[in-house]
Design a protein around this ligand. Structure first.
Ligand SMILES: [Zn+2]
Length: 257
C-alpha cells in the first residue's frame, strides 16, 4: 500500500469500516510508515475528543414534543441515503462529516422513550448499515446459507424466508444489537431500496403491529411466534406493508432445520 491509498482509506479504517484485507493492509502500512502513523494518531485523538459525552446535549423536552407532533400538512420527506460510499468520496467528505455520521450524537435528536427508543435505534442501525460495508456479514440470496450462518452466534434461531417471488429478494444478513438484545438483521431488497428486518425473542407479550413514519423512513413493528420483528426501509409505506404481509404469510414458509 502506498501513502495515497492509506490516506484514502484512513477514515474508513478509523471507523472500522474496511474489510479484512484492506484493514490488514492498512495496519501493515501504519506499522511501516511514520508519516501515516502520525496522521492516524492525530485522527484518533480527534475522534476521541469529538465523542466526548459532554459535547452532546439532550434535546429539550419542548423541542422533542414539537418534533413528535405531526402537523396536518406534514408529509415525510425521504432523507438522501448514502449507499455504498466510494472510498474517495468518503475521504473527501472530510473528517468532521465522518464524525457526525459515526458518532451517536444524532441519536440525541430522535425521540427516546419506550417504543420510540427502539424506533430510534432501528433508524440509527438502518442508516449505519447503509454506510460503508456494514450492511451484511453474510451475503447470500439463499435462505439455506443465511439461516445457518446465525447458528452459534445467537441464542435463538431466526426465521429466514426468501421472498424473491413476492418482489423482496433476500440478499443477506448480519448480527446487530437493539434495545440491549443481540438481534438477527435480515437484509432484503425492493428494487434499489434496502429493507432491514430485525428479529429477537420476546417473552409472552404480544402486541398489534405498529407503523411509525420518521425522518423519511417507515418502521413496522410486530410480534408473533415468540419473536419481535421490526422492519425498516425508505420504500413507501405500502411497499413495506406488503413486505411484512409476505413475511407473515404462511404460504411463504420459513426455513426449518
Ligand atoms: Zn504512508
Amino acid at each position: 500500500m502506498i501513502c495515497d491509498d492509506a490516506g484514502l482509506l484512513m477514515h474508513a479504517y478509523l471507523d472500522d469500516e474496511l474489510d479484512a484485507a484492506d484493514s490488514a493492509a492498512m495496519a501493515r502500512h501504519l506499522d511501516q510508515c511514520a508519516a501515516c502513523k502520525a496522521r492516524y494518531e492525530t485522527y484518533t485523538i480527534m475522534q476521541k475528543a469529538l465523542s466526548e459525552p459532554s459535547l452532546y446535549h439532550r434535546t429539550p423536552d419542548a423541542l422533542r414534543a414539537r418534533w413528535n407532533t405531526p402537523t396536518a400538512s406534514a408529509t415525510p420527506t425521504p432523507l438522501p441515503i448514502r449507499r455504498r460510499v466510494p472510498v474517495a468520496f468518503a475521504a473527501a467528505a472530510g473528517f468532521a462529516a465522518a464524525m457526525l455520521l459515526s458518532t451517536p450524537a444524532w441519536l440525541h435528536w430522535l425521540p427516546s422513550r419506550g417504543a420510540n427508543d427502539v424506533v430510534a435505534q432501528v433508524i440509527s442501525s438502518h442508516v449505519r448499515s447503509l454506510q460503508g460495508e456494514h450492511l451484511m456479514d453474510v451475503v447470500s440470496t439463499d435462505q439455506h446459507t443465511v439461516k445457518p450462518w446465525f447458528e452459534g452466534k445467537l441464542d435463538f434461531s431466526p426465521r429466514v424466508k426468501d421472498l424473491a417471488s413476492e418482489g423482496f429478494p433476500l440478499v443477506g444478513g448480519r448480527m446487530d444489537a437493539l434495545d440491549g438484545h443481540s438481534v438477527a438483521a435480515l437484509v432484503y431488497k425492493r428494487r434499489l431500496h434496502v429493507i432491514n428486518l430485525f428479529q429477537w425473542p420476546v417473552d409472552g407479550s404480544t402486541s398489534a403491529s405498529a407503523t411509525t413514519q420518521e425522518h423519511g423512513y417507515t418502521v413496522i413493528r410486530w410480534t408473533g411466534d415468540g419473536m419481535r420483528y421490526v422492519a425498516i426501509s425508505d420504500v413507501n409505506e405500502g411497499d413495506l406493508r406488503q413486505f411484512v404481509l409476505a413475511f407473515q404469510n404462511d404460504a411463504n414458509p420459513a426455513m426449518t432445520r
